[in-house]
Design a protein. Structure first.
Lengths: 278, 455
């Protein structure tokens, strides 16, 4: 079943409040402010005239036309939700409630500039697959694990020219676990920030990793994977790397007759597929 | 060894104690006391002006308990610098004896400096090094004796006066510290050491360390710090500048064991030239708040840097430490290993790896591990900023706690629970302790043992 929600065209959108792709030392201070602002934005979303609540009981594809969309999705049964959002400039604000079920969430945005804010209140399992392949994109995920055994997987693949990715998971209760994984191939600039927060008295397992491959000589990347652990009953780890092509892979592909250009295409394809596969 | 060794104040009456708070007349007074040249006074005044205009950083640990108007910025101990421990007033001599400094000098070091509150009270260098042209001086003396060298490097290219709030303050009221110059191709076989003791209640210590290694020189320098425990806050805002010329090798070890009323807001930075190497070894055990991020700026091809650090955060402590590396040249390498133990306190790793666009074939590895005990907290802020394709930058971090299975296993082998926990913690910090000179490794192990067992 396809649930089709169409929005009006030509809505102007003010991007000035969005974090700049450029990142400097001040990033150290940005995170808290940013989270607060996200919450504020979500509160505003409730009053937004285009806000739309969708209750999902089975696999569903939601198609959104136009620049600005605010959705509130409530999932009560195991399902896969695909949101397709197209427009010249697209901005999607999504709030998702996962109630005692497993949800696979895929957001596909098409446009010159794409922004997505996702907040998930999870009392089950949420798997988010993000593939950012636009010229300019910003992706902010905020996952709250609210019940025992709640778990989340956030996979983000980025192959755009300019991208700003912020993923956060907040373990509110014990017995929760999360995985946050990001693979990127950058031709211009990427800022990646990951944030795991485990408060006092909460027992949780969490892992975060981030691999960035720089494609061009003038490519730039910033990675800031943050661990914020106030509890002691945790298993928590993270890893991050920034590099160019792996020499072994290059040698192997060259020995199989794959030229440099084709290698790049294969790499980009593999990252894209990785991001979309469970 | 017990904590009282460090925490007990001496019954020493200083010659001069400034009124709490900082004023322009105090800045001029300090400069006048030291009979400094005009350029140094100008630098102090510049720091003071900038300090007034700059606000306290809002990121990092909470500094709201630090009242800068209540700090005593200058305390002149009632003694002059000497090369003989016996010439010191008995109470000061006793303190350094208890800390084991004169004994260590005989067996381990080629030179020792000791600072008490704002001034250096003891300084000595082995004759063989003097003959090779090595300079090891009190910083105040160096300003007079080696004005050209000091003027060229003192808070100019490495850590400029306007770097941040506490460096501005340091520039205004700095006093004492160490100046070292090692000539071309001179390799100092045993370490030089400096020990900084802060005795004054509400006191501040602002020693300045400037070390210049000429081409091909090698030096290991060890620094220890401690202070008695008071109810009121004290401040340590030191500054360490290392200039490591082409092909030189510098190892800088520091065990900061301030009492838990001290705000330790220290700045350490090295400029590393072609094929040179700098190694930072840091142990941060004491102080209520620490903000310390030793930095290596790799400006010459083939330069390398290694930073290993251990931080312990007990009750009421917030250890915000880490390391920064700026790769500004090609074929440069860096390694950062940071470990922290949080026992009811909070420890944070805050680091930076920055690769400039012109720096090719750069390799950097960061590893930080945190061990949590008894309700401790840990935070990790590894910041990687890369503007060059030809790099390998990686970061790994883990957070874990003292595992019950490990404790039970050790107990089944006849150890008590306390001993089992102690051994697990010792094993956790072993890679860092291994990087230290033997006697310092023993001291650090004992300090950690003291903190873990709470004795």
């Amino acid at each position: 079943m396809i649930h089709d929600v169409k929005y009006g065209q030509g809505l102007s959108f003010d991007y000035s409040w969005i974090d700049s792709v450029e990142c400097d030392e001040a990033t150290y201070n940005v995170d808290t402010e940013h989270s607060e602002r996200m919450i504020e934005q979500d509160l505003l979303a409730d009053k937004h005239p285009l806000f739309s609540k969708i209750i999902v009981d089975s696999d569903k594809e939601i198609i959104v036309d136009g620049s600005l969309a605010s959705l509130h999705v409530v999932a009560n049964k195991d399902c896969t939700i695909i949101i397709r959002h197209t427009g010249k400039f697209t901005s999607l604000r999504l709030h998702c409630d996962v109630n005692q079920c497993t949800v696979n969430l895929v957001v596909i945005q098409k446009g010159e500039r794409c922004v997505q804010y996702k907040t998930v209140d999870c009392k089950g399992t949420i798997n988010i697959y993000d593939c950012l392949d636009q010229e300019w994109s910003q992706c902010y995920n905020d996952v709250n694990l609210l019940s025992e055994n709640a778990s989340s997987v956030q996979k983000t693949s980025t192959i755009g020219a300019y991208a700003n990715v912020y993923t956060r998971v907040y373990h509110h209760v014990s017995g929760t676990n999360s995985i946050m994984s990001s693979r990127s191939a950058v031709s211009n600039e990427l800022v990646y920030r990951g944030h795991i927060y485990i408060p006092e008295q909460v027992s949780a397992v969490s892992h975060q990793d981030c691999d960035i491959i720089l494609l061009n000589d003038d490519s730039k990347a910033v990675a800031l994977p943050i661990l914020d652990v106030t509890s002691q009953d945790v298993e928590c780890s993270h890893g991050a790397s920034i590099s160019t092509f792996d020499e072994t892979v290059v040698r192997y592909m060259s020995s199989r007759g794959v030229n440099q250009h084709a290698q790049k295409i294969l790499l980009i394809q593999s990252i894209k597929e990785w991001g979309m596969l469970p | 060894m017990n904590r009282e060794l460090y925490d007990k104040a001496d019954d020493h009456t200083p010659k001069f104690v400034s009124k709490p708070g900082i004023t322009e007349s105090l800045v001029r007074f300090i400069s006048n006391q030291k009979n400094e040249p005009g350029w140094m006074l100008q630098k102090r005044l510049q720091g003071f002006e900038l300090f007034k205009k700059t606000s306290v950083p809002t990121w990092g640990p909470d500094l709201s308990g630090l009242d800068l108007n209540k700090i005593v910025y200058y305390t002149d101990p009632n003694t002059k610098e000497t090369q003989n421990w016996d010439d010191l007033p008995q109470e000061i001599r006793d303190t350094f004896d208890k800390l084991g400094i004169p004994e260590a000098e005989k067996n381990l070091f080629m030179g020792v400096g000791a600072q008490y509150d704002s001034n250096v009270v003891y300084h000595n260098l082995h004759e063989s090094l003097k003959k090779q042209g090595v300079i090891f001086e009190n910083m105040d003396v160096a300003v007079q004796k080696y004005p050209n060298l000091v003027k060229k490097y003192f808070m100019t290219q490495c850590i400029p006066v306007n770097d941040h709030k506490f460096i501005m303050l340091h520039a205004a009221v700095w006093s004492g510290g160490t100046f070292i110059y090692v000539p071309k191709n001179v390799k100092v076989s045993l370490p030089l050491q400096a020990y900084f003791r802060m005795n004054q209640k509400d006191g501040g210590q602002f020693e300045h360390t400037l070390i210049i290694l000429d081409e091909g020189a090698e030096l290991e320098y060890i620094e220890g710090c401690s202070s008695p425990r008071y109810q009121q806050s004290s401040l340590h805002a030191g500054c360490v500048e290392l200039i490591v010329m082409p092909g030189a090798k510098m190892c800088y070890t520091s065990i900061e064991n301030w009492s838990k009323n001290v705000y330790n807001l220290n700045t350490k930075r090295a400029i590393v030239h072609k094929d040179a190497r700098v190694e930072w070894v840091n142990g941060n055990m004491g102080s209520t708040r620490t903000m310390l991020y030793p930095t290596s700026v790799l400006i010459g091809e083939g330069a390398s840097s290694e930073s290993v650090g251990i931080a312990f955060a007990g009750e009421g402590q917030d250890q915000d430490t880490g390391s920064k590396v700026i790769h500004a040249a090609s074929n440069t390498k860096s390694v950062i290993i940071a470990k922290s133990i949080s026992k009811t306190g909070c420890s944070s790793y805050r680091g930076l790896v920055k690769v400039m666009p012109s720096a090719k074939n750069v390799s950097s590895t960061v590893q930080c591990d945190a061990l949590l005990m008894d309700g401790g907290q840990t935070k990790t802020y590894p910041y990687m900023q890369v503007a060059q394709k030809d790099v390998k930058v990686s970061h790994e971090a883990t957070v874990s706690r003292v595992n019950d299975d490990q404790v039970r296993y050790l107990q089944s082998r006849g150890l008590s629970e306390d001993d089992a926990r102690k051994y697990i913690v010792s094993g956790f910090v072993e890679p860092i302790v291994r990087s230290m000179p033997f006697e310092y490794a023993v001291e650090l192990n004992k300090l950690i043992e003291l903190e873990v067992t709470g004795l």
